[in-house]
Design a protein around this ligand. Structure first.
Ligand SMILES: *Cc1c(COP(=O)(O)O)cnc(C)c1O
Length: 363
């Protein structure tokens, strides 16, 4: 492989920045983006930071037809003393390659792409909002671009990274959400693509989400795709329950997405000596724990919200109210610690934080 460098083409005029008090998730994008192409026999090449712009892609490009795409999601945070931080970005890049493998997309050089992402963030650092709880969302994604309608892995791809300033997830404090257990639709099955971060998983989840939101629920709780008994995820987050002092989360089974937040929550709980177990857990067992008065907490985990407490679960005509609809102490402690580490307010004993500095341009 030839030596990789990132070519930089700055924009002539900078865009107007959105009102940082009213940032809507994923609506505005920064001045630049990172792009890299793949073709054979060159491999990944022409890494460049260019002005944010529309793409010209052939209508027959494979991504449009058969969904051979993957993506990632992470954030850059400003600390109080003006440093820019990432949270375990190496995990996101490793997962990108894991998703690539599942979708027959050629792997990327994780270290190189991380360096390029840092350089992109530094280029557009004026876009990172500074108010409490705000951040810069980073969206790397890969699309198959070969103009061909045959069903086969593409020979051409684009990796693109775009950046979007986002507001605080919890502007009015953390209010637990109502969740409906989904008994009809499924998100993924073992052997399918549930473990990969690919657009198709989201496309197939829309219908269930649309149905329950009409009934006043904010998300669905996904059950396994075979028996529809075992708990998998909540919306597009991983899920945790505190039952009689023990924190339980579904074990990674081939259909659950391995969240960076999930992994960090498990690490933190172990560090605190709070019992935490990854295992199979059925809805029946959860209901029994509830009936026995042992279901103490329930919460989702993901990059967007960090921790999203569940106040109520609706299942087969029954309503399980969790912790009187309030955030539990474990969820609160996890939220405060994780977001504290991300914003540089709490010490990071794990080496999770990666700083973005004005480094040598990637060569
Ligand atoms: C991205 C994602 C998560 C959360 O992953 P994080 O790395 O914690 O943001 C959980 N479930 C699904 C289905 C996802 O796509």
């Amino acid at each position: 492989m030839e030596e990789w460098t990132v070519r930089v083409e700055h924009c002539d005029t900078k865009k107007e920045k959105p009102d940082t008090d009213h940032l809507e998730f994923g609506r505005s994008f920064t001045d630049h983006m990172f792009v890299m192409d793949y073709s054979e026999p060159l491999g990944w090449h022409d890494a460049r930071i260019v002005p944010y712009q529309k793409l010209t892609i052939d209508p027959s490009a494979m991504a449009f037809h058969y969904g051979q795409t993957v993506f990632e999601g992470m954030k850059a945070y400003y600390t109080e003393n003006g440093e820019i931080q990432l949270f375990r970005p190496d995990k996101n890049l490793a997962r990108l390659n894991h998703s690539n493998d599942r979708l027959c997309i050629p792997p990327v050089d994780e270290e190189f792409v991380l360096k390029a992402i840092k350089q992109l963030i530094y280029t557009d650092k004026e876009w990172i909002p500074k108010a409490e709880g705000t951040s810069l969302y980073i969206r790397p994604f890969i699309i198959s671009t070969e103009p061909y309608l045959g069903v086969a892995p593409s020979h051409h791809y684009k990796l693109i990274v775009i950046l979007s300033p986002v507001g605080a997830y919890y502007k009015e404090g953390i209010n637990p959400v109502k969740i409906a257990v989904e008994n009809h639709y499924v998100r993924a099955v073992k052997g399918g693509t549930g473990e990969a971060k690919t657009g198709g998983n989201y496309a197939s989840s829309l219908k269930a989400q649309e149905m329950v939101s009409k009934q006043g629920y904010s998300q669905v709780l996904w059950l396994d795709g075979v028996e529809k008994k075992y708990i998998e995820e909540v919306g597009s987050m991983n899920v945790f329950f505190k039952i009689n002092g023990e924190v339980v989360t579904p074990a990674l089974n081939g259909s659950i997405l391995s969240g960076v937040t999930r992994d960090s929550v498990i690490e933190l709980l172990k560090y605190w000596d709070v019992p935490v177990t990854e295992r199979r857990i059925s809805m029946e067992e959860l209901y029994q724990a509830y009936v026995d008065g042992q279901l103490e907490e329930a919460f989702g985990t993901g990059t967007a919200a960090v921790i999203s407490p569940i106040g109520e679960l609706a299942w087969e005509g029954k309503k399980l109210e969790v912790n009187n609809g309030k955030i539990g102490e474990t969820a609160k402690r996890l939220y405060d610690t994780m977001s504290g580490i991300q914003y540089g307010k709490v010490e990071d004993p794990f080496g999770w934080i990666v700083k973005v500095k004005e480094t040598e341009p990637v060569k």
